[in-house]
Design a protein around this ligand. Structure first.
Ligand SMILES: [Zn+2]
Length: 242
């Protein structure tokens, strides 16, 4: 293989690494945003559940207090019955007691309805709380990784860039620049082998003349279709195994 092609292949490998690092670095803020959105979604769910449970607790306390108060009222009214002088007053008081008891039965039903939702709401709040904690833990853990990674991206890229400059120095003038242009335009693949009389970059057929020229390995040739730099790759002898 031509020395210049070997250098191009080395260069392509280094540049691909840089490209991969840059791509990874570009994705980091997106990942952080996704994690943050997930956390906020879970947090909102939890806060709603928490609010619901707090309201239920308040309703329960209120209802229990009302029932207690009304029971006291009944007890006081019953005690008062003893001291009542006239029948009319007596029956009026009895009626009031009955009325209070009836309202309280209604309150007790309401309390039961609250209690029926209580456990489930409490459980949901705890569940959502655990989910928020889980996402938050994951978020924090990932952020530690990400921050460490972000710190090393630029350093790693700088090291590779230095290596790239070193390798590129060994190329003929103009070829390095041309190579970089192809690399950018052809999605990070600028030098490819011609195999089975085809360009392995664009899979177009290579003319027999060009294929012959490639086999001479005396100068740089490009694919007429995709402009990638082509080199001849001798067919690997098939192992029949028989
Ligand atoms: Zn091609």
């Amino acid at each position: 293989m031509m020395e210049q092609v070997k250098i191009l292949i080395d260069l392509q490998e280094i540049m691909s690494k840089v490209r991969a690092l840059q791509e990874e670095k570009r994705k980091v803020p997106l990942e952080v945003a996704d994690l943050k959105a997930l956390f906020e979604e879970r947090e909102a769910k939890f806060l709603t559940a928490q609010q619901e449970f707090e309201q239920l607790k308040k309703d329960r306390r209120e209802k229990e207090r009302e029932i207690e108060e009304e029971r006291d009222k009944v007890e006081r009214a019953k005690a008062k019955l003893m001291s009542i002088k006239t029948n009319k007053e007596y029956y009026a008081m009895l009626k009031e007691i009955e009325q209070t008891k009836r309202t309280n039965t209604q309150r007790e039903d309401e309390l039961l309805a609250i209690l029926a939702r209580y456990e489930e709401t409490e459980k949901r709040e705890a569940e959502f709380h655990a989910e928020v904690d889980e996402v938050e833990g994951r978020y924090r853990e990932r952020m530690v990784d990400i921050e460490a990674r972000m710190g090393s991206f630029d350093k790693d890229i700088a090291v590779l860039d230095e290596k790239k400059a070193e390798v590129a120095k060994r190329l003929e003038k103009g070829l390095a620049r041309r190579f970089e242009m192809i690399f950018d335009r052809r999605d990070g693949v600028a030098v490819v082998p011609a195999r089975n009389q085809s360009c392995t970059g664009c899979h177009m057929h290579v003319s027999p003349q060009l294929f012959n020229l490639l086999q001479r390995e005396d100068r740089i040739y490009a694919c007429p279709n995709c402009n990638r730099i082509l080199y001849y790759e001798a067919p690997v002898e098939e192992a029949t195994g028989k």
